[in-house]
Design a binder for this molecule. Structure first.
Ligand code: ADP
Ligand code: MG
Length: 690
């Protein structure tokens, strides 16, 4: 290939050794050009460094060991499977590698050969055992303690690790040096960041653990730095734009609002309200994130703020993540506002054209003062007479994009974002960096923690005995089953799970069934029956997860608890944390009594913030905050949880830079600015930066 053709946009297919069939497989991963490949980052690395001594091996912790093959055996198990065993003797111990039904593996080995095995060690008598480990065969005389890390890439149907690795090598050779450096040399030096060309090589083909760490650090730093800068710019643009209505809450208004609640606001609620009220009294639009554990009373805070907006002569809207929740917010407001003159409006998907038109009209004329809707509200055609406040009840997902959309309009309301589940501080900073934050630290007094148990196989009968006993005492309960595709036991359908319960453990009780595919009205009717005590127990999928509030329901059984995420489990349990009466929750696991970190953490703690940190460590933040849908965020988030200090540093540096040079006047910042705008400009509407 001609030297002049070197470019980041060269199709992978044209690189030496890639070829059309492989290029087609790579396309399934979205990898078409050299640039696509270079920024397709590994999700993990296999450690073949052989550095582990036998004494360091721990059950269930991935490790690698080096040694010599001293025996090879193969037999058929009682179950009819082909089993290959390779015994490897190393310094201070031996490990038996086992493969089932992989006869071709036998050809790889010969007695006397030196190998490194990488996998999950398990104790087997005096020796260790690894099932289906990775193998690296060492050349004679090769130093097996030498570092060797193999990148593992996210794959899609059809593409293989070897395809990606080969393309990656070719892409780096072809144009690895053409990637733009975002930082000036002085900056790289001051921050001890690897230059881009070295970093890109090391992230794909690490030469040592230290270099790999340095490369990761550089990319995490860069991504977060750019995101923080983009968020800061976005915020600055917001501030420059239309002013929000100034809404001053005086003692009279405050007193009237407080009198509406059937309880005293907690100290925590009062504190965050002080912050919110102060924001609303300013012309600069509020941009605030309200955090608090499940049941800490966020809704009451939101309601207060909305009533304040109305009292000041403006409209307020609250957007819920689901219709069920929108209706529930509506019901809560109707209860609280019974006898008042405040007019409520519900705006959701299931309404008829005529209903919707009338609702929109009332919103436009200002006749409706508090509007409750689903998030369709933002996308939609609603025009407000005078929108003073928007509350986004955000079901545990990134709001960056949504908020940006919301704020593109001509009206500039104050915005309060509530998270349904606590977010670890690291993440909150990274992703909600442009928001002020308020945290409700303590829920209402007298809250009893939910007693949570793990129910292992064999213990189900006694669990159900307990559950039934409590139902007979007049309590109500939920039985949560995973949606079909999530189930570990392959429950044929939610309907058959229902049958099993209705003809089995819960035969004697009045059961309702709620799942995602029911029509909204049906769901609503069943929820009403449950709320009204006409049903004893509700069999449901995780549609019940967020925010549903039925005071008498204090029991919960979670079937196949392993199928749920930690945050989700905690959300579910929040449904039965009802204060005066202690909630009871049983997490049935299909697996035996071996440790299950997620379920065990869930059983061990009822502190949502602690669990969120734990979840971050266990799963990485991508899943935690639902970034799988927004691929753009996934990459740099991969390591976020493990590097809170980089997050903090990047944030500080970005804010500093902005303070020093808000227009990027310094010539060394030109490339950085371009990269930021390329990356985030469209999403955040950074049309005219600088
Ligand atoms: P969150 O939205 O934070 O999960 P909610 O606002 O739904 O929590 O509140 C949970 C329950 O606590 C509701 O039943 C609510 O009426 C009640 N609650 C809220 N604030 C208080 C308070 N200050 N004192 C007593 N109960 C409260
Ligand atoms: Mg809530």
């Amino acid at each position: 290939m001609d030297k002049h053709e070197r470019s980041l946009t060269t199709p992978l297919e044209r690189l030496p050794g890639v070829g059309t069939p492989r290029a087609q497989r790579l396309e399934a991963l979205g990898l078409v050009t050299v640039r696509d490949a270079l920024i397709h980052f590994p999700r993990d690395y296999k450690d073949f460094s052989g550095a582990h001594a036998f004494a360091e091996l721990r059950e269930g912790e991935h490790a690698s060991v080096a040694g010599e093959v001293i025996d090879i055996g193969s037999r058929t198990t009682a179950g009819g499977r082909q089993m290959l065993t390779v015994l490897v003797q190393g310094q201070g111990g031996s490990v038996r590698a086992v493969w089932f039904n992989m006869p071709f593996m036998a050809k790889k080995f010969a007695v006397g050969m030196r190998v490194v095995l990488a996998g999950m060690p398990k104790r087997a008598g005096k020796a260790w055992e690894m099932t289906h480990p990775e193998v690296r065969v060492c050349a004679a005389g090769e130093d097996t303690s030498r570092g060797e890390f193999l990148a593992i890439y996210p794959l899609a149907e059809g593409a293989r690790q070897s395809d990606v690795r080969l393309a990656m090598q070719a892409a780096i050779d072809h144009a690895g040096d053409l990637l733009q450096e975002a930082f000036s040399e002085a900056w790289l030096e001051a921050k001890t960041l690897l230059p881009i060309h070295e970093a890109i090589r090391e992230i794909h083909f690490p030469t040592s653990l230290e270099k790999l760490d340095a490369a990761r650090r550089r990319f995490i730093y860069q991504e977060l730095f750019m995101l923080q800068l983009a968020l800061r710019l976005h915020r600055a643009q917001q501030q420059d734009r239309k002013a929000a209505p100034v809404m001053a809450v005086d003692a009279r208004i405050d007193g009237r609002i407080r009198a509406r609640f059937p309880f005293e606001l907690t100290l925590s609620q009062a504190e965050v309200l002080t912050e919110i009220v102060a924001d609303m009294a300013r012309q600069q639009p509020m941009n605030r994130l309200l955090q608090g554990d499940v049941g800490s009373g966020k809704t009451a805070v939101a309601v207060y703020a909305m009533l304040a907006a109305v009292a000041c002569g403006h409209q307020a809207a609250i957007m819920a993540p689901t219709e069920l929740l929108a209706r529930q917010h509506m019901a809560t407001l109707e209860r609280l506002l019974a006898g008042s003159r405040i007019r409520l409006e519900l705006l959701i998907g299931g309404q008829t054209q005529a209903q919707r038109r009338k609702a929109l009209q009332r919103i436009a004329t200002g006749e409706s003062q508090i509007i409750v809707g689903t998030q369709a509200l933002v996308s939609g055609s609603a025009t407000f007479k005078s929108l003073g406040l928007v509350v986004i009840d955000e079901q545990h997902r990134f709001g960056v994009i949504q908020r940006a959309v919301l704020q593109q309009g001509d009206t500039e309301p104050h915005v309060l974002v509530m998270t349904a589940t606590p977010i670890p501080r690291t993440i909150a900073h990274a992703v909600y960096g442009d928001l002020d934050q308020s945290v409700i630290r303590e829920g209402p007094a007298g809250r009893q923690p939910v007693l949570t148990y793990r129910v292992a196989p064999g213990q189900e009968d006694s669990w159900w005995d307990h559950f039934r006993k409590k139902l007979r005492e007049g309590r109500q309960g939920y039985v949560v089953v995973p949606a079909v595709e999530e189930s570990k036991r392959g429950l044929a359908s939610i309907a058959s799970a229902f049958e099993e319960l209705a003809n089995g453990p819960l035969e004697a009780f009045r059961l309702g069934l709620v799942h995602g595919r029911l029509k909204s009205a049906e769901k609503q009717a069943i929820m009403e029956d449950f709320r009204g005590g006409k049903l004893d127990a509700l069999v449901c999928t995780s549609v019940i997860e967020v925010g549903i509030d039925v005071p008498n329901a204090t029991l919960m059984t979670i079937v196949d608890a392993e199928s749920f995420g930690l945050a989700q489990l905690h959300q579910l349990r929040g449904r039965v944390a009802r204060g005066a009466v202690a909630g009871i929750c049983g997490a049935i696991t299909a697996s035996g009594d071996e440790a299950h970190p997620r379920v065990d953490s869930f059983v061990a703690s009822t502190d949502g913030f602690a669990l969120a940190e734990q979840d971050l460590r266990l799963r990485g933040p991508g899943e935690l905050v639902g970034t799988r849908q927004s691929g753009k965020l996934a990459m740099y988030l991969a390591d976020l949880g493990k590097h809170p200090e980089i997050v903090a540093e990047a944030r500080r540096d970005a804010l500093d830079l902005y303070e020093r040079d808000p227009t990027f006047a310094d010539a060394t910042l030109t490339r950085l600015k371009k990269l930021v705008v390329d990356r985030w400009g469209e999403t955040l509407g950074l049309g005219h930066v600088g």
